[in-house]
Design a protein. Structure first.
Lengths: 327, 257
């Protein structure tokens, strides 16, 4: 359904995204994982044409056989909302504080569909019902500040799915929420995706969250796709050194048989920090922080296919032993 | 042995002293913190986690009940020797970028606690030693916050808190603003300095994984009330309160381990 090829996003002198291939099949759920500055949000927003002024995008973004790149703003605004829905990170900032919930949801419906007032109202109530908000009729008259963060995010999801999009882009939709609320929202997204066979592009810094939601995951670092594949496969048999380091650095909740030994056990560290834009090394972007880096890492690593869908770009993958002493 | 911090029936609300209309932010709180222990405070946003450590460290004043620090009432500390109280209780805040003055270079920010509490200017050698303790070099002293990464800034925040030799280090979500790949460095650092300096660590976190690594004991707050308290291992393995049960379950669904 979505095919991204040779995507490059440049701002000023810096190429901040360079992705050779990224696909989402119809109804598929892809997680885009990376740290701040990895280009994950830029990648997602380039699909719907929501990039900052001055950003140059080249390559190809095919959505249901249509090229999205190079379309006019008017055409893109028709795609957004109708074909592709977007949910942003902070629900309290994405809703208009001065507008009642009912109006904000019906605006999304009326913009893309020709419906009578009664039909619109019926559809809005139906949408609020689908995102599992209690008493939708009463909710229509509320203002955003009268809702909890979780409820606000549900309203935003209702707006995003108002016109039955084939793809939903969710950019860190639960980062601002409490852990228990996060779980509810994640379950809702999976439920909606399955029920409507709606594709999901889920942007997150949290591999654990992505594993819960997505069937496939793409790990980005420094604007490059370093590893992509079925989520469980990537988590359990990570090949790229960055993916495995990220997994090892995660504190996680101990399994019940190792709870006692957990306190005070040091975490595995990734040295250094994510470089500033333009300070990434050439070749493999991660090599200045990688414990397994060798001379060959100065060259851009080739794409290796592990089996079928699991691909990675690393000269010294985890599966291959590297003599770290000789570097 | 009595605890270093003893809280009995403490109530706190934001607002004026005689204002009885505002609801309590913290209600009838009782807890002990032993010297050299590690305590995690977890709960949802708005549950009073950050408020609690601000009361315990003397930044906010409770209205009812008692808070004893080292056998002496906190109000007495604040009235007679506030500087001693602050020297012995230091806080590391959530956002390192917002807790350092953007117009002060790192050296000046770093020297503030000693300037304020000991009325003297620390030497460069001292500051070098403080930075070395958190794994930073003294070349960053003349730099400004915007020139450093989030991880470096949080190290500066920790170095600054440790500069006055506190007994208790309060950390308010110390890694939640950091990248995942940097988070582990700062958590390890907290573990190391705690062990080296024999500090009591009280850490607020929404992340049960982080708490289970660093904190021997944990309290769970909900709406300003302690709903569960105990050894972290016991609470994780066998939570009793319905909220704790849902919290542990939700954390496990997104945990990678």
């Amino acid at each position: 359904m979505l095919e991204v090829r040779d995507l490059s996003v440049t701002i000023g002198r810096h190429e901040i995204v360079r992705i050779d291939a990224l696909d989402i099949p119809a109804g598929g759920r892809l997680g885009l994982v990376g740290e701040s500055g990895s280009g994950k949000t830029m990648t997602a927003m380039s699909i719907v044409g929501l990039l900052p002024f001055g950003a140059r995008v080249t390559g190809s973004i095919m959505f249901e056989g249509r090229e999205l790149l190079g379309r006019s703003d008017v055409e893109m605004s028709r795609v957004r909302g109708a074909d592709i829905g977007v949910v942003f990170q902070d629900p309290s900032r994405a809703l208009n504080p001065m507008m009642r919930i009912g109006k904000q949801v019906s605006e999304a419906v009326r913009l893309h569909m020709k419906l009578s007032r009664a039909e619109t109202r019926e559809r809005v109530i139906g949408l609020l019902h689908q995102v599992q908000l209690p008493q939708p009729e009463e909710l229509l008259r509320r203002y955003p500040h009268q809702l909890s963060g979780g409820q606000q995010q549900r309203v935003l999801i209702a707006i995003a799915i108002a016109c039955d999009p084939k793809l939903l882009i969710a950019d860190e939709p639960t980062t601002a929420l409490d852990v228990t609320v996060q779980e509810e929202i994640l379950r809702l997204l999976v439920h909606l995706s399955e029920e409507r066979s709606m594709g999901l592009l889920f942007v997150s810094h949290d591999l654990g969250v992505v594993r819960f939601v997505c069937d496939h995951v793409a790990v980005v670092y420094g604007g490059n796709l370093v590893e992509v594949g079925p989520t469980d496969d990537v988590v359990e048999r990570s090949q790229h050194r960055y993916t495995s380091a990220l997994l090892a650095a995660n504190p996680g909740i101990p399994a019940s048989d190792e709870i006692e030994q957990y306190v005070g056990r040091r975490l595995t560290v990734i040295r250094g920090s994510v470089p500033a834009l333009g300070d990434f090394p050439a070749g493999c972007r991660f090599r200045n922080r990688c414990d397994a880096a060798t001379d060959s890492c100065g060259e851009s690593p080739p794409t290796t296919t592990l089996d079928g869908e699991h691909r990675y770009r690393c000269w010294n993958p985890v599966g291959r032993s590297v003599d770290v002493g000789t570097r | 042995m009595s605890a270093l911090v003893e809280v009995r029936g403490m109530h706190f609300r934001y607002g004026k002293v005689r204002d009885h209309s505002t609801p309590w932010t913290l209600t009838d709180l009782s807890l002990d913190i032993r010297a050299d222990s590690t305590l995690g405070i977890v709960g949802e946003s708005g549950s009073g986690k950050s408020t609690l450590i601000r009361v315990l460290s003397g930044l906010l004043h409770h209205q009812q009940g008692s808070v004893m620090f080292d056998g002496r009432d906190l109000n007495d500390w604040l009235a007679k020797s506030p500087k001693d109280l602050r020297r012995r209780n230091q806080i590391v805040f959530q956002s390192p970028r917002r807790s350092l003055d953007p117009r002060m270079n790192i050296g000046r920010s770093l020297s503030q606690p000693v300037r304020a509490l000991e009325q003297r200017k620390p030497t460069k050698a001292e500051m070098t030693e403080w930075l070395a303790r958190v794994g930073l070099g003294n070349e960053i002293l003349p730099r400004f916050p915007h020139q450093l990464s989030g991880g470096q800034l949080q190290r500066v925040g920790i170095a600054r808190a440790l500069s006055v030799g506190p007994d208790v280090l309060y950390a308010d979500e110390p890694v939640s603003a950091l990248d995942v790949s940097v988070q582990a460095q700062v958590l390890n650092l907290l573990m190391d300095v705690r062990a080296q300096l024999g500090l009591t660590l009280v850490m607020v976190s929404h992340d049960l994984g982080v708490v289970s690594r660093l904190c021997e004991e944990v309290i769970v707050l909900k709406n300003g009330v302690v709903v569960e308290a105990g050894r972290t291992a016991d609470v994780l393995a066998n939570p009793h309160d319905p909220y704790t049960v849902s919290l542990v379950a939700a954390a496990r669904t997104v945990s990678l381990t």
